[in-house]
Design a protein around this ligand. Structure first.
Ligand code: 13P
Length: 262
């Protein structure tokens, strides 16, 4: 089981160019504080190039060791899709990762498992590693439907991916009720769903392969709750929203995960 912890910052639609450059430079300069953890920054699309330069990742590999990721992409490689961004373009500006199927995309922009699946295949075909998000709403959890909802999302979003595709894929479990609310899942609640996701990956490919796939938790992760989450056997990192906008907090979370090697 060689799952290096991975902590990604989803900046969402925040910051301006100067602040994006400043934050990326601060994380790059201090990445050594969380050297055991793989770090990924996912800025808004217009700032990908600026952040790539700040990370030194413009050519694809980053001397700072901090990887670049995008927050979304289209499933077609080019064409008449006004306003959209294609996987080869993301690769071209230095991205290694792309977040797909975030709950905000699913809820606010109508992304279905089928769309997320098409995007995941396109990302992998282009050479990007997808971070595929799943997670239940509060109503679904309270209705006892967490397992069913997450199972449908995982099976639908990852349908048809080969074992080699899955090995390059990161799954992010983000309970919708924990996103931006300050209400973090308990380590046990998160661990239970992570174990379920790993079992589903085992059925999609094999248990050996599933043991190699990294599963992040997302939803109100902060430096003061990261250690408890990191101590769980199936939590391999975090997808961080609000706290990723401060270098201290982001690196504090990443360092907490680095103290719990797989
Ligand atoms: P918060 O960390 O702000 O709750 O956001 C989580 C998230 O949506 C990351 O993708």
């Amino acid at each position: 089981m060689d799952r290096r912890k991975i902590v990604a910052g989803n900046w969402k639609m925040n910051l301006d160019r100067a602040k994006a450059r400043e934050l990326a430079a601060a994380v790059a300069a201090r990445a050594g504080e969380a050297a055991a953890t793989e770090l990924v920054l996912c800025p808004p699309a217009p700032y990908l190039d600026t952040v790539a330069t700040a990370l030194g990742s413009a050519g694809g590999s980053s001397p700072s060791g901090v990887a670049l990721g995008a927050q979304n992409m289209h499933d077609k490689a080019s064409g008449a899709f006004t306003g959209e961004v294609a996987a080869p373009m993301l690769l071209d500006v230095g991205c290694r990762y792309v977040i797909l199927g975030h709950s905000e995309r699913r809820t606010l922009f109508g992304e279905t498992d089928k769309i997320v699946n098409a995007k995941a295949k396109a990302a992998l075909a282009a050479g990007l590693m997808p971070i595929v998000c799943v997670g239940e709403t509060l109503e679904e959890r309270e209705g006892g439907r967490t397992e069913a909802v997450v199972t449908t999302q995982v099976n639908g979003s990852l349908a048809g991916l080969t074992a080699s595709d899955l090995e390059k894929t990161v799954v992010a479990y983000e309970p919708v009720w924990a996103i931006g609310t300050g209400k973090v899942a308990t380590p046990q609640q998160a661990q239970d769903v992570h174990a379920l996701i790993r079992a589903l990956l085992g059925k999609l490919a094999s248990p050996t392969l599933a043991a190699r796939v990294r599963i992040q938790y997302g939803g109100s992760v902060k430096p003061d709750n990261a250690a408890d989450l990191a101590s769980q056997p199936d939590i391999d990192g975090a997808l961080v929203g609000g706290a990723s906008l401060k270098a201290d907090d982001f690196l504090g979370i990443a360092a907490a995960f680095g103290r719990h090697p797989a």
